[in-house]
Design a protein around this ligand. Structure first.
Ligand code: PLP
Length: 468
């Protein structure tokens, strides 16, 4: 079983990604471009079309962000949130709640990574049902191929093949986590079906699984609104999320969205923070939502759990105390920086910019790669979040054998052409092909869009030759 994505060169002291070799190292970043040191050579002006891991909303070295960091560091006094709160974490929670549809959320908890946010959400859900005197509601329902992070609880929630080798340390997923189909229109919508029919089929299947697994034991349905690293920005078919919301209402189940990668402004215009706002009415908001990545735009490690009124009220009507807390939860400095970053994004309406430019990039990729390349099967996404899926055969959608490492190889070809993208391997069982993931900074311009598209076209042509 392959766990790591790709192999690089030279000895590394950092126990991460590749332990025996040293890969490219970023040495500097300004705006959308980064400088990389690789094999002793300096590569300047590499276009960062993935912003780390869909993180850098403001671009690198943003002067205002650096000033915010300085101010925030001077203003921050560390506090242990179980004993004493701090103003920055309160202000950030207020900002997120006020900039979400009215009534969607009523509290937030801040932590340091997306994985941790999902761990915290699990713990909060458990306590929620205990507060209500429903101790048997423990099972999760999460989707094939899903990815919710690499801590053990978050892995237990996931069905991505990368999780399998860690099975002995995970929660008993056969008992606790019921696998439900992913929503993957490109591969699984039947030709004769409309998008709505496909969504209906998925919802009917979900309802059957809820009923056959005893709804009184089911805690939550967990879905990535727009899966990123798992399936590659595949948008939910029309009516799908609404259908899940309705089933959750019907069977008293938490509707839980993971927006760590797709949320916090990456996929919506007009300052709208939540990706689900593209697909759901405000009254259908999730009960719990996890966020991360663009929240701190890479300037600070921060992620969070947003909590809907139903859950907060159960605590208010119950013990009034949230059990558990981490030393660095709601860290004043990180919350202060994230707030400043989000205020700047809002003031400059950068969400509308990335929405418009990202969609333009998507259209141009469709018109070039999808229309003309033999190895590109699909180009999909929304706003600032796009994927290209590679296939061996466009007619049958047969993926490449994963031993060819097409996704990681594409990343390497792009790098040689001065473009940084995420190259993801396909699933070993062929249920998903290799992908390239694009998540540019919110400050992207039309000129940069053209630069990305040009470099993608060149890189796909070179990879096609390499694969012959
Ligand atoms: N959830 C989703 C949907 C993600 O895409 C990721 C990371 O890519 C995570 C959770 C985990 O976040 P982190 O890497 O910050 O722990």
């Amino acid at each position: 079983m392959t766990i790591a994505n790709d192999i690089q060169t030279e000895q590394s002291y950092v126990f991460q990604a590749s332990v025996d070799k040293l890969g490219p190292q970023v040495t500097e970043g300004k705006g959308i471009y980064i400088t990389i040191e690789k094999d002793g050579k300096i590569h300047k002006n590499v276009l960062d079309a993935i912003t780390g891991a869909a993180v850098g909303a403001l671009g690198w070295g943003d002067e205002e962000a650096l000033e915010i960091m300085d101010k925030s560091a001077r203003a921050s006094t560390y506090s242990y949130p179980c004993l004493i709160s701090n103003k920055s974490s309160e202000a950030l929670a207020k900002f997120y709640i006020e900039n979400s549809p009215e009534g969607a959320f009523s509290a937030a908890l801040w932590c340091s990574s997306g994985s941790e946010s999902n761990e915290n959400a699990l713990r909060i859900m458990r306590q929620y049902y205990l507060e209500r005197g429903l101790p048997n509601k423990v099972k999760l329902m999460s989707r094939e191929s899903s990815y919710h992070g690499f801590t053990l609880g978050a892995q237990s929630m996931s069905w991505n093949p990368r999780v399998e080798p860690f099975e002995p340390y995970l929660m008993d997923r056969k008992k606790i986590n019921i696998k439900i189909p992913c929503a993957y229109t490109y591969r699984y919508k039947k030709e004769e079906e409309t998008e709505e029919d496909y969504a209906r089929r998925l919802i009917d299947d979900l309802e059957n699984k809820i009923v056959s697994n005893d709804p009184d034991t089911i805690a939550a349905v967990v879905v990535e609104t727009l899966p990123g690293s798992s399936l590659g920005t595949t948008p939910p078919p029309k009516g799908y999320l609404k259908g899940i919301r309705e089933l959750c209402n019907k069977y008293d189940i938490i509707f839980y969205l993971d927006e760590v990668m797709c949320g916090t402004g990456r996929c919506n215009p007009n300052g709208r923070l939540n990706c689900w706002e593209n697909y759901l009415d405000p009254c259908d908001a999730p009960d719990i939502q996890t966020v991360g990545k663009t929240l701190g735009s890479g300037y600070v490690p921060i992620a969070g759990v947003l909590i809907g009124p139903k859950i907060k009220n159960a605590f208010l009507n119950g013990s009034k105390a949230v059990v558990g807390g981490h030393t660095y939860s709601c860290h004043a400095f990180c919350c202060g920086v994230a707030l400043g970053v989000q205020q700047k994004i809002k003031r400059e309406n950068l969400t509308s910019n990335v929405f418009k430019m990202g969609n333009l990039m998507g259209e141009k990729l469709k018109n070039t790669l999808l229309a003309k390349s033999n190895i590109v099967g699909d180009v999909r996404g929304v706003g600032g979040f796009w994927s290209v899926e590679f296939v061996k055969n466009r007619e049958t959608k047969e993926p490449f054998d994963i031993s060819l490492g097409v996704g990681p190889r594409f990343k390497a070809v792009c790098f040689d052409n001065g473009l940084s993208v995420m190259g993801m391997p396909g699933n070993p069982d062929g249920s998903c092909g290799d992908r390239a993931l694009l998540a540019p900074s919110f400050i992207i311009t039309e000129e940069v869009v053209d630069d990305i598209v040009g470099k993608m076209v060149k890189s796909v042509a070179e990879l096609t030759d390499e694969l012959k």
